[in-house]
Design a protein. Structure first.
Length: 195
C-alpha cells in the first residue's frame, strides 16, 4: 500500500514538473511623443481631462476583431495596456500637446483646471485582422471648452495598416494613429483661432 502511494505521489510530482508553464503576460505602453509642429494656438493653460470610455474600451486588455465586418470584438488574455486606455491616451495627449506647444501651458488629467479644457471619449480602439492584413483603428470624440463654453468638437479617427502581426508593431501603429489625430486637432484649433 505504501509503495503504491509512493508511486502515485512520484507520478503526480513528475507530471507537475513537466507541465507547460502558463503564457507570460505582456504589458504595452506608448512611446514618447514627437510632434512635428510647434505653434501656440491657445493663450493660457490647457488641461487634458481623463477620457471617458464605455464597456470594453475602458478595460486594459487589448481588443481585436477578426470577423469580416468587424462587428465582433475579442480581448487578448495575455496582452494588456499598462493603464486603462482612457488614462493612457489622455497622458499621451497631454505630453504631445505640451511638446507641440499648442498652449502656453498644458496640464495632464490629474492637474488643476485650466483656462481651456480638452475633454473626450474613446469611440474605438481596436486591432483589425482580415486574413494577413492587419490594421489598428482609433477614434476619439474631442471637445475643447473655455470657461464652460464649447469652442470646438468633433470626431477624430485614424486607421493605420501595420507591417506585421507582432503586437509591438500594432502598438506603434496606435501611436501613429494618435499622432495623426492630434495633428488634425491642432490644425482645427489653429483654424478657429484665426491663425
Amino acid at each position: 500500500m505504501k509503495a503504491a502511494a509512493l508511486v502515485l505521489t512520484t507520478a503526480l510530482l513528475t507530471a507537475c514538473a513537466t507541465a507547460t508553464p502558463p503564457p507570460q503576460e505582456n504589458f504595452y505602453r506608448l512611446g514618447d511623443p514627437t510632434p512635428t509642429q510647434q505653434e501656440t494656438h491657445l493663450d493660457g493653460s490647457l488641461r487634458v481631462g481623463l477620457l471617458r470610455a464605455g464597456g470594453l474600451y475602458a478595460d486594459r486588455p487589448m481588443l481585436y476583431s477578426d470577423d469580416a465586418n468587424g462587428l465582433r470584438l475579442r480581448q487578448y488574455h495575455y496582452h494588456q495596456w499598462v493603464e486603462s486606455p482612457p488614462a493612457l491616451l489622455a497622458d499621451y495627449m497631454a505630453a504631445w500637446l505640451s511638446a507641440a506647444q499648442v498652449a502656453t501651458h498644458v496640464i495632464g488629467p490629474e492637474g488643476p483646471a485650466g483656462d481651456y479644457e480638452l475633454e473626450g471619449r474613446v469611440v474605438r480602439m481596436e486591432r483589425r485582422m482580415q486574413g494577413t492584413a492587419i490594421s489598428v483603428r482609433l477614434e476619439l470624440a474631442l471637445e475643447l471648452v473655455q470657461r464652460g463654453q464649447l469652442m470646438m468638437s468633433g470626431n477624430y479617427g485614424s486607421e493605420v495598416v501595420v507591417a506585421d502581426a507582432m503586437l509591438e508593431t500594432s502598438v506603434r501603429g496606435y501611436q501613429q494613429a494618435l499622432d495623426e489625430i492630434l495633428a488634425r486637432f491642432s490644425e482645427d484649433l489653429a483654424e478657429i483661432q484665426g491663425r
